[in-house]
Ligand binder design. Structure first.
Ligand SMILES: C[S@@+](CC[C@H](N)C(=O)[O-])C[C@H]1O[C@@H](n2cnc3c(N)ncnc32)[C@H](O)[C@@H]1O
Length: 453
């Protein structure tokens, strides 16, 4: 087998993160987005000893796990690569892949509670981040998601089913508006152009919608007629704000040099387990509201009795978890790096009548060691990269009785757990919760307790 060879094989198994593999002539061939049981044709990109990296060019036979995908964009859009798999099978695969990662790190004999699925598997997103671009080089303006396996091509996802009808209407209106005005998208390689991203947030319970258009400052078109058009759009929800964010940064992520409010306000209100949360344009909030309620209930359950306990909520975002457990805690202290989110967390606590919560803006690695309280319980919900080793050391040095680790990346979770185990903690129980149907993502919650000497 050599580079550029076309090979045919059956996908034997999947791994966390959308990877899959099969074998041919004693070589393990790794591909992206294969489904267990599929017969595929692939092109070899790299080969080293008995390991190869390949790209699927055709699915020759569907897997017995597959059914007809319902979304028109399935296969073309890079968003949901598991949509053709029955949901029960998606859950089983995700759980098995997380357990495999635990075992690879020697984390055996874990008391696993069964995985839970999202209450709804379509129309579940409360936030969508679309990119402007073109479907093929020089093609018409597109607004949507990156094409599967392509960095630069964009698929207009105007019929996407993981978001609801209001998102589809807003996307179509904005795309049509800029297509008619012939306003160019920002070319991320050449760094020229205007339109970059469109971020839409819609609260599940209140129906409030916030639209944020992200552009460069390279052009200054008058977009007041777009705001008027959106105001008159018939939506099931309620458009409470339209923002215009300017971003001249070279990196292709949504960030703000300056944000103007063109209509209404710059936040929405969402509810979770009876509490209210103000969500600003740039703060983290779980993207599947109904599943997040299940996730937070699992966390509350794992925490057990927090009466008269001091709880640290590290990487707290808008303070959701901390506030959900605050009613039966003595004190909650949250740390979060995004200042806007901390501001919202403080406002949320006031909104919810909680006076035992304190939120600190800053890096956990810097701030946690400055706290003058000794925690009984520590909640950890870090970003995908996991916890910085220095910060983890500081967390361990508090000697808290219980730690609840909530993770969106089991690969970094198992590394951190290994350190916690070797520092005197034991895994009491673990559970996976699916927040992202049809994608490869999965949330894992682990309860640890300190082994007493
Ligand atoms: C997975 S989110 C969890 C948010 C929150 N617990 C929730 O459920 O909504 C991770 C959060 O960590 C924050 N973050 C990332 N790096 C951080 C750091 N070094 N120190 C503090 N917060 C950080 C992010 O801004 C984000 O809000």
């Amino acid at each position: 087998m050599k580079r550029k060879d076309i090979v045919e094989f059956v996908i034997e198994a999947t791994e966390f993160g959308g990877k899959a593999y099969g074998r041919l002539d004693g070589v393990k061939i790794n591909v992206k987005h294969g489904i267990k049981g599929q017969k595929v044709r692939a092109i070899i990109k790299r080969i080293k000893k008995n390991q190869a990296e390949a790209r699927i060019v055709e699915v020759l036979e569907a897997s017995p796990l597959e059914a007809e995908a319902t979304c028109k964009h399935f296969g073309n859009c890079g968003g949901c690569f598991q949509q053709s798999i029955h949901y029960d099978n998606q859950l089983q695969e995700k759980e098995e892949n997380v357990k495999k990662l635990f075992e690879e790190q020697g984390l055996n004999d874990v008391n696993w509670l069964p995985i839970e699925g999202s209450p709804i598997t379509f129309g579940y997103r409360n936030k969508m981040e679309f990119s402007f671009g073109d479907e093929e080089k020089g093609g018409r303006l597109a607004l949507g998601m990156h094409k599967r396996g392509r960095h630069h091509d964009i698929v207009t996802v105007d019929e996407c089913l993981i978001m609801d009808e209001d998102y589809r209407k807003i996307l179509k209106t904005i795309l049509e508006y800029f297509t008619n005005k012939k306003i160019p998208f920002y070319h991320s390689m050449r760094h020229v152009g205007y339109l970059r991203h469109l971020v839409v947030r819609k609260a599940h319970y209140t129906g409030e919608i916030l639209v944020n258009l992200v552009t460069t400052t390279q052009l200054q078109p008058d977009i007041s007629s777009l705001v008027k058009e959106l105001k008159t759009l018939e939506l099931k929800g309620d458009l409470v704000g339209f923002l215009h964010t300017f971003n001249d940064n070279l990196s292709d992520t949504v960030q703000s040099d300056k944000t103007d409010i063109l209509l209404g306000r710059d936040y929405i209100i969402e509810k979770q387990l009876g509490l209210q949360f103000k969500i600003s344009a740039f703060s983290f909030f779980q993207t599947n509201t109904l599943a997040a309620e299940k996730l937070y209930s699992i966390v509350r359950d794992f925490l057990g009795d927090a009466n008269n306990q001091i709880v640290f909520d590290l990487y707290c975002g808008t303070g959701t978890i901390g506030q959900i457990v605050a009613s039966n805690a003595q004190k909650v202290i949250g740390i979060e790096i995004v200042e806007d989110a901390v501001k919202a967390a403080r406002e949320n606590a006031a909104l919810n009548g909680l006076n035992n919560c304190e939120f600190i803006a800053g890096d956990v690695g810097q701030e946690v060691k400055k706290i003058n309280y000794k925690p009984d319980i520590i909640i950890l919900d870090p970003p995908r990269a996991g916890i910085h080793p220095k910060a983890l050391k500081d967390v361990i040095s508090f000697g808290a009785d219980r730690i609840v680790y909530v993770s969106c990346n089991p690969k970094t979770l198992v590394k951190d757990l290994k350190d916690l185990v070797s520092s005197g903690y034991t895994i009491v129980r673990a559970k996976c919760m699916d927040m992202f149907p049809h994608t490869g993502h999965i949330e894992t919650v682990v309860l640890m307790s300190r082994v007493k000497e």
